[in-house]
Design a protein around this ligand. Structure first.
Ligand code: FAD
Length: 535
C-alpha cells in the first residue's frame, strides 16, 4: 500500500504540536497529519486539576524518564523526569500554572541572533492564545483557546505565605505576567469551569472535526526520512508495525525537549561522531543537537505544621477529601478544581539585581520527589520549592542506542557552573526569612529539611542536593540561533536540512524565567503564522 501523503506531518501532539495542528488546518487549504506516541486523552483524571500527582505514577500517560544519576545528588538516585505522553503532551499532565517569564528573556533571544523574537514580537502570540478571565488589556487576551483563570484559595497556608513574604519585605503582585514580574502572589491557572484547559482541550478538540486533519495516536516516530538533504516524510511504529507517512510541504518536529533531539539523532542529524558510535548514517553533521539542555534546578524547605488543616496522604487525610470529591463531582468546585500550587513568587536574592532570579512554589503539603514520596506526605506540613530561574549549567540529551524505543540519556550536569549553587542557596535563605516571620507562628513546627542544623552555605547546599529536583522545564536541546551549537534558525528551520522545522520548548536558546507551557504555546502560535505566511 502506498503511504499517505499530507502537506504537513507533525510529530507529537503536545503544547506545540496541538497548536500547529489547529492553526494549520483552520483555513482548509492544507492537509495535516499529527502523530502522537501516547494514547487518546480519555481518562477523566486529566480534566481534574487536583489530580496532578496521579500522572507521576502513570505508566500510560508519562514517558517516565530518569536523568543520569550524579554521585553527590539525591544520594546517587536519579532525578525523575516526567513528560506527558498523550494528546496535549505535558499540557495534559502539568500543574497548570500560567506564567510567561520576563520581557528580558525574549529580548535576550533576539540579541543572540534571532530577529523577530523580542518580547514585543512574541507578546501578540501570548495574547492570541489566551482568554484571561480578567478580560483583555495591553498584555492579555480575551478570545484565545487557552483559558486562564484566577482560582479561589483553599489552603490557609497559601495566605500565610503571602503575608509572611510581605512581612519579610517582598513586594506583592496580582499578576506575574504584568508589566513587572517581581513579587509574591497567587498563580493564575489554565483551568476552565473547574477543568484543566490544556492544548488538547483548547486547540486539538475543536479542530478534530476538520476533514483536513488526521490524528494518529499510539504512533511513535522512529525517524524522519531525509532524501537529498530534505525531509520527505516520517517512519513510525504503530502496534509493532513500521509505517510511513509523507509530507509534501514540511515535517514539523514537536516531540519536546527530550524526544525532539532523540528523533533528530535517530534520523542522522547530529554530531557525526555520536551518530557513528551508534551506527547511524550521518545525513547532516549538526553538533548542537541534544546539547544546551537547561532546566530549572529546584530544592525545597520542608516544615512540619502545628495546624492540621493541610492535605495529607494518611487515611484520615484521604477520608477528609470526601466532601471535596463530592463537591468536585457535582459542582466542579473545591480543592480538586484547583492546582495544588496556589501561591508563589518571583523574588530577587539580592536587592541590586535587575529582575528576580528565583521562583517560589509554595505547596500546602510535604511535597518531595515530584509528589511520589507518599510516606512523607502522611504528616501535616508545608514546603516551599525554590528554583534557579536562569541556570548557567547546561547538560545534554544523547542516544543510549539506535533503537528508537530505548530511552535517551538525560544528563542535567547540574552545578557545572557554580553560579547556580549560589543562587539556589541564597534563594533557600530568603525562604527561611519568609518562614521566620510572625505570619507563620501558628503553623511553624520543626523544619526537618534541610533542618535547623544546616546553617552554613555548605550545609544548606548539601541539603538542597540531598532532595534535589526540577520544575519539569527542560529546554534548549534544539536551540535557535546561528552559532555552532544552533540547531534551528530564527524561522525554526533545521540548519542544513530542507523542509524540516523543530517547533517546541527545545528551541529556546536560554531558559525563560518561569514555567514553560505558555511560552511553548506562544512559540507554536508564532511558528504557525510564519508557515502560513510562507516564511
Ligand atoms: C509534571 C509537569 C508539570 C508541569 N507544570 C507546568 C506548569 O504548571 N506550568 C507551565 O507553564 N509548565 C509546566 N510544565 C512544563 C510544560 O508543560 C512544558 O514545558 C510544555 O508542555 C512543553 O511542550 P512541548 O510541546 O515542548 O512538549 P510536550 O508538551 O511534552 O509534547 C511533546 C509530545 O510529543 C510526543 N512525542 C514525543 N516523542 C514522540 C515520538 N517519537 N513520536 C510521536 N510522538 C512523540 C509526546 O508524547 C508529547 O505528547 C510542566 C511539565 C510537567 C511534565
Amino acid at each position: 500500500m502506498n503511504p499517505s501523503t499530507f502537506d504537513f506531518v507533525i510529530i507529537g501532539a503536545g503544547s506545540a504540536g496541538a497548536v500547529l495542528a489547529n492553526r494549520l488546518t483552520a483555513n482548509g487549504e492544507h492537509s495535516v497529519c499529527i502523530l502522537e506516541a501516547g494514547p487518546e486523552d480519555k481518562t477523566p483524571m486529566i480534566g481534574i486539576p487536583g489530580a496532578f500527582s496521579y500522572f507521576m505514577f502513570s505508566k500510560k500517560y508519562n514517558w517516565n524518564y530518569d536523568a543520569k544519576p550524579i554521585k553527590d545528588i539525591r544520594n546517587g538516585q536519579p532525578i525523575f523526569v516526567p513528560r506527558g505522553k498523550t494528546l496535549g503532551g505535558s499540557s495534559s499532565t502539568n500543574a497548570m500554572l500560567y506564567v510567561r517569564g520576563q520581557k528580558e528573556d525574549y529580548d535576550l533571544w533576539e540579541s543572540l541572533g534571532n530577529p523577530g523574537w523580542s518580547f514585543d514580537n512574541i507578546l501578540p502570540y501570548f495574547k492570541k492564545a489566551e482568554t484571561n478571565s480578567r478580560g483583555a488589556s495591553d498584555l492579555h487576551g480575551d478570545s484565545g483557546p487557552l483559558h486562564v483563570t484566577d482560582r479561589p484559595v483553599h489552603y490557609e497556608i497559601s495566605n500565610v505565605f503571602i503575608k509572611g513574604a510581605e512581612q519579610a519585605g517582598f513586594p506583592l503582585t496580582d499578576d506575574f505576567n504584568g508589566h513587572s514580574q517581581e513579587g509574591v502572589g497567587f498563580y493564575q491557572c489554565t483551568i476552565k469551569g473547574g477543568q484543566r484547559c490544556g492544548v488538547s482541550r483548547g486547540y486539538l478538540k475543536p479542530a478534530r472535526s476538520r476533514s483536513n486533519l488526521t490524528v494518529i495516536t499510539l504512533a511513535q516516530v522512529s525517524r524522519i526520512i531525509i532524501e537529498d538533504g530534505q525531509a520527505s516524510g516520517v517512519e513510525y511504529v504503530e502496534q509493532g508495525q513500521t509505517k510511513v507517512v509523507l509530507a509534501n510541504k514540511e515535517v514539523l518536529l514537536s516531540g519536546g525537549s527530550i524526544n525532539s533531539p532523540q528523533v533528530l539523532l535517530l534520523s542522522g542529524i547530529g554530531d557525526s561522531e555520536h551518530l557513528a558510535m551508534h551506527n547511524i548514517d550521518c545525513k547532516h553533521h549538526l553538533p548542537g543537537v541534544g546539547q544546551n539542555l537547561r532546566e530549572h534546578v529546584d530544592a525545597c524547605i520542608l516544615v512540619n505544621s502545628k495546624k492540621r488543616d493541610g492535605f495529607t496522604s494518611s487515611i484520615g487525610g484521604i477520608l477528609g477529601m470526601v466532601p471535596d470529591t463530592l463537591n468536585y463531582i457535582f459542582n466542579k468546585k473545591g480543592k480538586l478544581a484547583n492546582s495544588i500550587l496556589e501561591a508563589g513568587g518571583f523574588i530577587k536574592t539580592s536587592p541590586e539585581l535587575a529582575t528576580p532570579d528565583v521562583q517560589l512554589h509554595m505547596v500546602p503539603l510535604l511535597f518531595d520527589d515530584n509528589g511520589r514520596d507518599l510516606k512523607l506526605m502522611r504528616d501535616h506540613g508545608y514546603s516551599c520549592h525554590v528554583c534557579v530561574l536562569r541556570p548557567e549549567s547546561t547538560g545534554s540529551v544523547t542516544l543510549a542506542s539506535n533503537n528508537p524505543l530505548d530511552k535517551p540519556i538525560i544528563d542535567f550536569n547540574f552545578f557545572s557552573d557554580s553560579r547556580d549553587q549560589k543562587v539556589l542557596v541564597d534563594g533557600l535563605k530568603q525562604v527561611r526569612r519568609i518562614m521566620a516571620t510572625p505570619a507563620f507562628d501558628e503553623y511553624r513546627g520543626e523544619e526537618f529539611h534541610p533542618g535547623s542544623a544546616a546553617q552554613s552555605d555548605e550545609d544548606i547546599f548539601q541539603g538542597a542536593k540531598d532532595r534535589l529536583g526540577t520544575v519539569f522545564h527542560p529546554v534548549g536541546t534544539c536551540k535557535m540561533g546561528n552559532d555552532e551549537q544552533a540547531v534551528v534558525d530564527h524561522q525554526l528551520k533545521v540548519h542544513g536540512i530542507g523542509k524540516l522545522r523543530v517547533i517546541d520548548a527545545s528551541i529556546m536558546p536560554t531558559l525563560i524565567s518561569g514555567n514553560t507551557n505558555a511560552p511553548t504555546i506562544a512559540i507554536a502560535e508564532k511558528a504557525a503564522d510564519m508557515i502560513l505566511n510562507g516564511s
